[in-house]
Design a protein around this ligand. Structure first.
Ligand code: GDP
Length: 328
C-alpha cells in the first residue's frame, strides 16, 4: 500500500486529496499542527481513514520526525497561510510558513530520504498569484513572475526552492502552479464561497445583503476536486517537472455574482450587493488566465467541472447546508 503524507490536510485541497488518494488505495497521513487544533475533531469524524501526525511547518525537527515516522512514498505540501488579504497584515508569518515552510519540508525530505536515489516524491503547491501583474496572457510555465502580495512573494520562494532542490540534490520534486480552485469546501473568506454562502443565506432570510470589495477582478476558477487529480498525476511521471493547472478561461466577479444569485433564485445581484473599501487590497492581481496545455498533453489531465457547473454546485451545497443549520 503506497503511503502519502499531506500538509494542510484540514484545508480544502487536503480534504479532496485525502479522499482521492484513499480511493486509489493509499494509506493517507495528514500533518496536524497545534496542541488543540479546533479543526481536528470534525476532521477525524469525516476522514476516519486519515492518520494524523503532529508537526508544524515552522519547526524543522517536527517535520523530520513526522517523515521519519511515516516513511512516505509521496509528500504533498499543501499547508500555508493561504489567504492573500491576510498576508498583507501578517507578511512575516506568511513568509515563514508559506515560503520558508517549503524549504523546511524539502530539507526534511532530504534528511529522511537521503540525497542519492531519494525514494520520496515531493509535490509543492505553487500558485497563480506568483504571476501577479501578469507579463503575458495566458500564463504558462515559462511566464516570468511578478507577485503582488506577501503571499505571492512567499509562493515564488517556495516554487524556486523546490526547483533548486530538484536541480541541486536530484530530489523528485514537482511544483504545480495551480490557478484558483474552488468548491463547497472552500473557506468562507474566499470570494467565491463568500458569494455562494451569502446568497444562500439571503435566500433563506438569514442575511440581508452581501458586502464586497473590488468587483473588477477576474480569475481563472476551476473545481478543487479536478485539481487534486493533477497533483497526483505529476508525481506518477518518470521525471519531475512543473505544470500550470488551470481552465484557460477567465471570469469576472460580476459574472460569478450573476450566476450565483440566479441559481439561488434571487434574480439581479445588484439588489443585494454593497461595496465596502475595507475589502479592497493594497495591490491587486487583475487578470489571471492560465494555459494548461502542458498538463493536458503530458499528464493527460482534463477538468470535469466547468465554470457554470462549479457555481451551481457551490450554491446548491450552501442552500442545503444553511437550511439544515437553520433547523438545528
Ligand atoms: P485570491 O485570488 O487568492 O486572492 O482569492 P480571493 O477569493 O480571496 O479573491 C479573489 C478576488 O476577489 C480578489 O481580486 C479580491 O480583491 C476580490 N474580491 C472582491 N470582493 C471580495 C471579498 O469580499 N472577499 C474576497 N476574499 N475577495 C474579494
Amino acid at each position: 500500500m503506497p503511503k502519502a503524507f499531506i500538509t494542510g490536510i484540514t484545508g480544502q485541497d487536503g480534504q479532496h486529496l485525502a479522499e482521492f488518494l484513499h480511493s486509489k488505495g493509499y494509506q493517507v497521513f495528514g500533518m496536524l499542527k497545534g496542541q488543540n487544533n479546533p479543526r481536528a475533531i470534525q476532521f477525524r469524524d469525516e476522514f476516519p481513514y486519515v492518520e494524523l501526525v503532529p508537526g508544524d511547518l515552522a519547526d524543522l525537527p517536527s517535520l523530520v520526525s513526522a517523515l521519519d515516522q511515516v516513511q512516505p512514498d509521496e509528500v504533498y505540501n499543501l499547508g500555508a497561510i493561504s489567504f492573500v488579504a491576510i498576508s498583507f497584515n501578517q507578511a512575516e508569518l506568511t513568509s515563514n510558513i508559506t515560503g520558508l515552510g517549503v524549504l523546511r519540508m524539502l530539507e526534511a525530505v532530504r534528511m529522511v530520504g537521503g540525497t542519492q536515489n531519494n525514494p520520496i516524491r515531493f509535490y509543492q503547491a505553487s500558485s497563480s498569484e506568483m504571476f501577479g501583474q501578469v507579463r503575458e496572457i495566458p500564463q504558462n510555465e515559462l511566464t516570468p513572475f511578478h507577485p503582488r502580495s506577501p503571499y505571492g512573494c512567499a509562493k515564488v520562494f517556495g516554487h524556486n526552492i523546490t526547483v533548486n532542490y530538484r536541480e541541486s540534490y536530484g530530489i523528485y520534486a514537482c511544483s504545480g502552479i495551480l490557478f484558483n480552485h474552488e468548491g463547497p469546501r472552500r473557506g468562507l473568506e474566499f470570494v467565491t464561497r463568500k458569494i455562494t454562502n451569502t446568497a444562500a443565506r439571503i435566500k433563506l432570510g438569514i442575511d440581508k445583503e452581501l458586502v464586497m470589495g473590488n468587483l473588477d477582478a477576474k480569475r481563472d476558477w476551476g473545481y478543487a476536486g479536478d485539481y487534486v487529480r493533477a497533483m497526483w498525476l505529476m508525481l506518477q511521471q518518470d521525471q519531475p517537472d512543473d505544470y500550470v493547472v488551470a481552465t484557460g478561461e477567465t471570469h469576472s466577479i460580476e459574472e460569478f455574482l450573476t450566476l450565483a444569485f440566479e441559481e439561488a433564485g434571487l434574480g439581479d445581484w445588484r439588489n443585494f450587493v454593497r461595496q465596502d473599501p475595507k475589502f479592497f487590497r493594497p495591490a491587486e492581481v487583475d487578470l489571471l488566465i492560465g494555459d494548461p496545455t502542458k498538463a493536458q498533453k503530458k499528464l493527460g489531465w482534463t477538468r470535469e467541472v466547468d465554470f457554470a457547473g462549479l457555481v451551481k454546485m457551490m450554491v446548491r451545497h450552501d442552500l442545503e447546508s444553511e437550511a439544515s443549520r437553520a433547523k438545528r
